[in-house]
Design a protein around this ligand. Structure first.
Ligand code: AGP
Length: 610
């Protein structure tokens, strides 16, 4: 999705804006631009293509240097193709107001018609361009008031950065739904869509809430609601280092984040299991009475987060005996969902900014549900509309393909299932102790599997030319099959489908021949023999099988030499550990196929529009 940055201070704004846009590249974009205020004029350069194209174009525009105020933008096209004209920033008729925008103005065409009637001239096809013209229309020597009047006209979502030649000491930011943060520096201040854009300069962050405007000077930040009333805001200190938002020596963010999983799971376990086995879920904000009265649970999410929710269903139903519906947020929001005041909605989202998930949660809230979110971004939009939040604290996940966020979500879901069961007196004593003991093995097992990465890379080399893949799993590993397939398809562009292995006879077995690679997830489990039967059927039809199984089941090699073993672990926890080899398999196939692993085509890290 789009990214915005803004700077006001004592330094040269241009390099800071460009660096900020580079740190936001992971959000996915197809054009970029900046505008700076210099010699009493707003100067603007914007291009379709990548930041590097913008930078090389700027090199021939020396007159952008040494400005102290500016805004920048990376655009993921929604209204209007990715062209130079449609790139942001956008200007008003006079060129005295410049705006960058992340989000969608739903009523832009009516406003555009009104402004054209009043003589405003438009250049682009974008929804955003109505903004500088509205500010121009309302400007009466008070930029803050003009912006307040303009944004009150808008329907839809926006995070804005605004500058004007008339008030060179001000940088304005406004937020509704799309994320916006403020970075506090010494004699300088920043706005941005996300923390990595400012992390190099400051760790002091203010999260702008929905319906708030920020007015920044180089040494002061004031925040208002959209009626112009002042708001006091908390200053957070970010624990992330710049390094943690960089690649730390790995070739790709995705590989770095795959390797971070043992540490992330260890942190989840150590911070939430006190002493021997006391589970504490800070932020859950659910009284025991509320837990006892939960009639049904609905898990809402998209993509990988949805797959985590599917695993959560097995866990929560098994231990708490509460019925769980896992629903795609994009489906839930347009259905007539059955929700009541005893419904607990668990919303899962790495970014906390996924438009469908936010909309579905708002729908559930309106119908009286209690909202508990599982989220990786502190202070994100999802968190602000939740009654309770369980942070995964996985650190920034930059690679578009979600990896550590997925296993972190699973880790939280295991603890949540145990916690609710315990509160309902359904889990205690020996059983609870043994489950926690088993769960604590996960980080070390993930580390061991990482030790096999070269072996997995060799398996990838043998399979990167297959035209399509099928992933098969059963029970708690049916979602693992779905997730493995999504990882492969989204970064290698090879068609891949996850399926419940028990469904093979109901259709998919027709696909099997020597051109089809089939990944069979067959760890030691109560349905291991069922998976062996599936593998036999596939081999009988010359399917090319890759198996993930548990050490000690070497007999499985009678079907194929391509077996990835995981250390012994209770089958209940196998989804967390099996996700990792499947992530590596997808990663190595994509890299060997020359794909852009961190920024796959057509995808964005956070889908903040429908
Ligand atoms: C996962 O690899 C994908 N990039 C995508 O499916 C993602 O999981 C989905 O868009 C949900 O994102 P969220 O967790 O930030 O809500």
């Amino acid at each position: 999705m789009c990214g915005i940055v803004g700077y006001i201070g004592k330094k040269d704004a241009l390099p800071i804006l460009l660096d900020g846009l580079r740190q936001l590249e992971y959000r996915g974009y197809d054009s970029a631009g900046i505008s700076v205020l210099k010699d009493d004029k707003i100067k603007i350069v914007k291009r379709s293509g990548k930041i590097k194209d913008l930078v090389s174009f700027i090199k021939s525009h020396k007159d952008l240097d040494n400005s102290k105020l500016g805004i920048g933008h990376s655009r993921w096209a929604t209204h209007g193709a990715p062209t130079n004209i449609n790139a942001h920033p956008h200007l008003d008729c006079s060129g005295n107001f410049s705006v960058v925008h992340n989000g969608i103005i739903e009523n832009f065409s009516d406003i555009k018609k009104e402004l054209i009637k009043e003589g405003h001239k438009f250049k682009s096809e974008t929804d955003t361009e109505v903004l500088p013209h509205l500010v121009e229309k309302y400007y009466k020597r008070d930029l803050k008031e003009a912006v307040l009047k303009a944004v009150r006209r808008l329907k839809g979502s926006f995070a804005l950065g605004i500058i004007s030649k008339y008030e060179p000491d001000k940088l304005i930011g406004v937020r509704r739904e799309s994320p916006l943060i403020i970075g506090l520096g010494k004699d300088e201040n920043f706005i941005a869509s996300d923390i990595p854009a400012v992390l190099r300069y400051t760790k002091k962050i203010i999260y702008v809430d929905d319906g708030e405007m920020a007015v920044l000077t180089k040494d002061k930040v004031r925040v208002f609601d959209l009626n112009g009333k002042g708001r006091k805001k908390k200053v957070d200190t970010i624990k992330w280092t710049v390094a943690s938002a960089q690649k730390a020596g790995f070739p790709h963010f995705m590989l770095k984040e795959i390797h971070e999983q043992p540490k992330v799971l260890k942190q989840i376990i150590s911070s939430r299991i006190k002493g021997h086995s006391k589970i504490t879920l800070e932020g859950i904000n659910l009284k025991d009475s509320q837990i006892k009265n939960i009639s049904n649970i609905i898990i809402l999410a998209c993509g990988t987060a949805y797959h985590a929710g599917l695993v959560g269903k097995y866990l929560i139903e098994k231990f708490t005996h509460i019925p769980v519906l896992v629903d795609l947020a994009s489906e839930f929001r347009y259905r007539e969902p059955i929700v009541n005041k005893n419904t607990l909605v668990i919303a899962i989202s790495q970014s906390g900014e996924t438009a469908d998930t936010l909309a579905a949660v708002r729908e559930a809230r309106e119908r009286g549900a209690v909202i508990l979110s599982i989220c990786n971004v502190v202070g994100s939009s999802l968190v602000r509309i939740s009654d309770g939040v369980l942070y995964t604290y996985a650190g920034p996940e930059i690679g578009v393909a979600s990896t550590k966020a997925y296993t972190a979500q699973l880790g939280i879901l295991y603890l949540l299932a145990f916690y609710i069961a315990e509160r309902k007196s359904l889990l205690k004593g020996q059983l609870k102790e043994s489950l926690i003991r088993e769960f604590k093995k996960v980080p070390e097992i993930l580390n061991k599997i990482l030790g096999h990465k070269n072996y997995i890379s060799r398996i990838a080399s043998k399979h990167l030319h297959f035209g399509s893949f099928l992933y098969l799993g059963r029970n708690v590993n049916f979602p693992t099959a779905l997730e493995g397939a999504l990882k492969l398809k989204e970064i290698s562009y090879i068609p891949a489908e996850g399926y419940a292995a028990g469904e093979m006879k109901h259709g998919p077995i027709a696909l099997i021949d020597e051109y089809r690679a089939v990944v069979c997830i067959a760890p030691e489990s109560h349905i291991y023999e069922k998976m062996v039967s599936n593998i036999q059927e596939i081999c009988a039809r010359k399917g090319k099988v890759i198996i993930v199984s548990t050490e000690g089941h070497e007999g499985i090699e009678r079907f194929t030499k391509e077996v990835i073993y995981i250390p012994k672990l209770d089958e209940l926890f196998s989804p967390i550990v099996i996700a990792l080899p499947l992530q590596l398999l997808a990663y190595y196939i994509a890299v060997k196929r020359g794909c852009n692993v961190d920024q796959p085509r057509n995808l964005a890290k956070s889908v903040t529009v429908e």
